[in-house]
Design a protein around this ligand. Structure first.
Ligand SMILES: Nc1ncnc2c1ncn2[C@@H]1O[C@H](COP(=O)(O)OP(=O)(O)OP(=O)(O)O)[C@@H](O)[C@H]1O
Length: 224
């Protein structure tokens, strides 16, 4: 569904990585690790077309990213759910409306009611549904960001440190949600420093662990 071939990315003349290859096939589960600043967030941005590769090719659902118009890219992105590291919301809207927003924007608002109730319960935010995002804790915002990313049932889920502010029990719950979605055939890619999360996932799914380091993407060692 998403393929990167021989991809390089450079910020202002400084090369972050090069020769990078990655295929996110239906039903695949990947973790992306690596030191802070190695380029994990940048790699995710390439996967959802926010950035275009400096060289190499990124293909989104069979279409080269470079050839997509703005509108085509917007349509393509509807098939990708993203949990951003900074979890931005529209602060004037209640949480429930924020989470349902991707459905509303896609003209599928009528699907929101049932999905929303289940998802809010799953991420433990039923009571907070009417609150505004600035009234929530960091962990609550992260849980809400995951709910928002999956509400449209996207084909691919990309999550940037989705459990950074969350306790172990809740992060296990979020992981189970991602594992369930993966079993339904969704491709999942999670950038994380949380090795315990990776170990817990590997007990449930056949997950590949990639490490971005020294400007290259490698398979992580067997200890994970
Ligand atoms: N818009 C930008 N302009 C210039 N440099 C940038 C930009 N965005 C990121 N960088 C730099 O690129 C490098 C990689 O950043 P990125 O956020 O992709 O790393 P990361 O592996 O996700 O880090 P972390 O684990 O800390 O989130 C960093 O050195 C960062 O400062």
């Amino acid at each position: 569904m998403i393929e990167l071939k021989d991809v390089a990315y450079t910020y202002g003349g400084a090369e972050l990585f090069s020769g990078l290859g990655l295929t996110l096939a239906p039903g695949s589960f990947h973790f992306l690790t690596g030191p802070s600043g190695a380029g994990k967030t940048t790699l995710l941005k390439l996967c959802y077309g926010e950035l275009t590769a400096t060289s190499g090719e990124v293909t989104l659902f069979g279409e080269p990213r470079r050839g997509l118009s703005r509108d085509q890219l917007a349509m393509t992105r509807r098939r990708i759910g993203v949990v951003h590291q900074d979890c931005q919301f529209l602060d004037h809207l209640p949480l429930a409306e924020n989470i349902a927003l991707p459905l509303t924007v896609a003209g599928r608002g009528d699907e929101a009611e049932g999905n929303l109730k289940d998802l809010l319960a799953w991420v433990g935010l039923t009571k907070q549904a009417g609150q505004r995002p600035p009234e929530l804790s960091g962990g609550e915002r992260q849980r809400a960001a995951l709910a928002r990313a999956v509400i449209t049932s996207p084909d691919v889920i990309l999550a940037d440190e989705p459990t950074g502010n969350i306790d172990w029990e809740m992060s296990q719950r979020l992981l189970r949600l991602l594992v369930e979605l993966n079993r339904m055939g969704k491709a999942v890619l999670i950038a994380t420093h949380d090795l315990e999360l990776i170990r817990a996932a590997k007990a449930q799914v056949s997950a590949r662990v990639l490490r971005l380091t020294g400007r290259k993407l490698q398979m992580a060692g067997a200890e994970l």
